[in-house]
Design a protein around this ligand. Structure first.
Ligand code: AMP
Ligand code: TRP
Length: 333
């Protein structure tokens, strides 16, 4: 069976190692399998659910596309486009917001985290954000959606919306129920400064994350300053309990070299962190520095990036306009 892959990344700057290991690395693998049809979307409509500077947003849209390409997604094999160029996303989001229930959205933990204490001041868009995400996926009949662990609940909501639409209009299997593709290990990379907090674009401390645009010296410095504890590296997974920073760094190492956590524990058991950090820096630089260099190179060629996005948007438009037309007919428009 051909897998139809859809995923999105917000162009909100500071794409980091968590985005890479939790999501983009998997996008590249899926892109390289010729049995897959892949669509990777720069979700700029999602980005404006929080305040964005227009100039920076424009730059970040190009930078996200550049990051996809620099990490190894081939625009000849996969569709790369930005959401705002394709009107069906906004139309679909409205229609699905009338299918989705307020009670379902009230359960979304990401909204609670992002809105913080003053929920009244959050945008309506931030609240209905997962409905737009459902439209993204359902318009392309995606069968599989590769994401990090934090998006699991949004995907469950997408499945509920599709199911309810199909039931309500008695259209079995019209909207395809998508499967999440969440890696078993390393689907949640934590901050370098606090092993209990997710590595995040919006963390005020740049030392909390390795950005995909960081150069060799920045990576070295951030790993050197990464929080650890005073014990040596243990010799079993069990002994990593209550040592979130150690577990996270060993996980990052394993993921960078495509091994599992036990492999890195075995390699470094009973050693101290300075020795481990030297090796971690080496592999992180080996992986990230070429990506960072390529992003910078691509960003110097705005025309090329704009062409990729335009070409991708035309292809996405062709697919999604058919689906939204069918959706409208089913509804009675
Ligand atoms: P975002 O930057 O929020 O648009 O996220 C883009 C993709 O990266 C999504 O699939 C997220 O689940 C994933 N992601 C973001 N942060 C992390 C993290 N700290 N660990 C693993 N995956 C992440
Ligand atoms: N909400 C996702 C995130 O913040 C991004 C996203 C938007 C997405 N639309 C999507 C992911 C569709 C997968 C499929 O990470």
């Amino acid at each position: 069976m051909i897998k139809k892959i859809f995923s999105g990344v917000q162009p909100t700057g500071n794409l980091h190692l968590g985005n890479y290991l939790g999501a983009i690395k998997n996008f590249v693998k899926l892109n390289n399998n010729k049995d897959n049809e892949c669509i990777f979307c720069v979700v700029d409509l999602h980005a404006i659910t929080t305040k964005q500077d227009p100039k920076e947003l424009k730059r970040n849209i190009r930078e996200t596309a550049a990051t996809f390409i620099a990490c190894g997604i081939d625009p000849k094999k996969s569709i790369i486009f930005n959401q705002s160029m394709v009107p069906a996303h906004a139309e679909g989001a409205w229609i699905f917001s009338c299918v989705s229930r307020i009670g379902w959205l009230n359960r979304m933990t990401q909204f609670k985290e992002k809105a913080g204490k003053d929920k009244e001041k959050a945008s309506v868009g931030l609240y209905s954000y997962p409905v737009l995400m459902a439209a993204d996926i359902l318009l392309y009949d995606a069968t599989h959606v590769p994401v990090g662990e934090d998006q699991k609940q949004h995907l469950e909501l997408c499945r509920d919306i599709a199911q309810k639409f199909n039931n309500e209009f008695i259209k079995d299997n019209f909207l395809r129920i998508p499967e999440p593709l969440i890696q078993k290990e390393f689907s949640r990379i934590m901050s370098l400064k606090d092993g209990k907090k997710k590595m995040s674009k919006s963390d005020p401390s740049d030392l909390s994350r390795i950005n995909l645009s960081d150069d060799k010296d920045q990576i070295l410095n951030k790993i050197k300053k990464a929080k650890t504890d005073t014990l040596p590296i243990p010799n079993s997974h069990q002994d990593l309990k209550n040592r979130p920073e150690a577990e996270n760094l060993l996980g990052i190492y394993a993921s960078l070299i495509d091994k599992d956590l036990n492999y890195s524990i075995d390699e470094f058991k009973n050693k101290n962190f300075s020795e481990f950090k030297d090796k971690l820096s080496e592999v992180a630089i080996e992986k990230i520095a070429p990506i960072s260099k390529e992003i910078k190179k691509l960003l110097n060629d705005e025309k090329y990036l704009d062409e990729i996005l335009k070409d991708g948007s035309n292809k996405a438009q062709e697919i999604s306009s058919k689906k939204i037309k069918e959706i409208k007919e089913i509804i009675g428009f």
